[in-house]
Ligand binder design. Structure first.
Ligand SMILES: [Zn+2]
Length: 399
């Protein structure tokens, strides 16, 4: 079972389905700091034009949150305590005194208004519940906002306007027995009204809600699932089915909409699995089908598309707020929502694979792969990026 999930994960990753949770800019009445979470690789990192928030995932600073400022290239723990050594969570110290340590595992930390919001486990719950917290910017005055009882595994976190949105899936019962069909759903925390909404989806084999976004009280989300149960198959059998393209015929990807007011769901589109790139955010849904990149404006309900000549299996799409970046190892293109034109921005020379995580108004963040397993996080000013000057700055480690 584990092997199969791993196989499917690799399969997904090879299709570029790991990008997650872009921010939306529709709510202009709020202090909207656009944070992007990087699902798939690390749930602890969030990115914005103001910087990066990262939590240390292991070692003596486990659970300590850091803030990286791209302007100064300085990284500091989110703690203002004098003489604090910023010791993290450990089995011998489950409640460290450092104000930047938010528990054993910290997910989706984000600064919004005068607070930092984050998700954390509580050890007495085991792994099966997730809790949403709010703290002052210096890490003090922590408050539990809500508990996500069903959120065994977070898939995606999106913070938009007044909402915190988390998609999850559930693979086992409370006793740890594997569920035949996967359960999944979405939690939405309304910051302004201090209300938690939750809705669950119809159970399916290998179900996941891999992206979501909120536009005008409507939650849009992509689901993926299998129409057949493959849990008894071995890893080798799965690999064989993959090579025969059989998985493509039984895997469904759908775009859905949930209305927060009427609590109604509506299926908007069923998609071809062959090209795995699907994204939501910045009031747009984007997917690739038959060599075309489709762009649906969720506010104006309009559908456009563009084409590019990059290798079908070897390119990346990233949402950039005002458009979409398409790149492979060499070339970067930009398609703008306003001009609806694909322009080439630049070519790189060193051939390193740079996968953009977020393209903000001022800063670009990317994950640079040295090998398929080893990657580092980089940033670059947007001005330089648009001029094709790829002088990426490597972010310091969190340790
Ligand atoms: Zn500290």
């Amino acid at each position: 079972m584990k092997k199969m999930i791993y196989g499917i994960l690799i399969f997904f990753m090879s299709l570029g389905l790991y990008g997650c949770a872009e921010q939306n800019q529709t709510n202009i009445n709020t202090l909207n700091e656009d944070y992007v979470f990087e699902g798939g690789f690390s749930w602890t990192n969030s990115y914005s034009d103001k910087g990066v928030i990262r939590a240390c995932e292991e070692g003596r600073k486990m659970g300590v949150c850091f803030y990286y400022n791209p302007e100064t290239e300085v990284q500091v723990p989110l703690c203002t305590k004098i003489n604090c050594e910023h010791q993290g969570y450990s089995f011998s110290d489950t409640a460290p005194s450092c104000d930047a340590c938010f528990g054993e595992s910290v997910l989706c930390a984000r600064i919004y208004g005068n607070y930092i919001y984050y998700v954390s486990n509580m050890s007495e719950d085991g792994l099966f519940k997730k809790h949403i917290y709010r703290a002052n910017l210096d890490g003090t005055n922590r408050k539990l906002l809500g508990t996500m009882d069903e959120a065994q595994e977070l898939v995606c976190g999106i913070y938009e306007g007044d909402y915190l949105v988390y998609t999850y899936k559930k693979l086992t019962t409370a006793n740890g027995e594997a569920l035949k069909k996967t359960q999944a759903g979405i939690y939405i925390y309304d910051i302004k009204n201090n209300v938690m909404n939750h809705f669950s989806l119809e159970e399916q084999y290998e179900l996941t809600v891999f992206q979501a976004t909120i536009v005008d009280n409507e939650v849009y989300y992509f689901t993926a699932y299998m129409t057949e149960d493959l849990t008894d198959k071995s890893y080798e059998e799965i690999v064989e089915l993959t090579s025969e393209n059989y998985l493509e015929t039984i895997r469904k990807i759908e775009l859905w909409k949930y209305d927060l007011k009427s609590k109604q769901t509506e299926k908007i589109k069923i998609m071809d699995f062959v090209n795995g790139k699907k994204m939501l955010g910045f009031s747009h849904a984007v997917w690739e089908e038959d060599g075309r990149v489709y762009v649906m404006d969720l506010l104006e309900h309009r559908l456009d598309y563009f084409e590019h000549n990059l290798d079908i299996n070897d390119h990346y799409l990233t949402m950039a707020g005002n458009g979409i970046v398409v790149n492979d190892k060499k070339s970067f293109f930009f398609w703008s929502y306003s001009d609806k034109k694909l322009i080439k921005i630049a070519e790189t020379t060193d051939g390193k694979i740079m996968v953009p995580i977020m393209v903000g108004n001022k800063w670009i963040y990317a994950r640079g792969f040295e090998t398929m397993d080893v990657s580092k996080i980089y940033c670059l000013s947007k001005d330089k990026f648009m001029r094709g000057e790829f002088e990426w700055i490597e972010l310091p480690e969190v340790e």
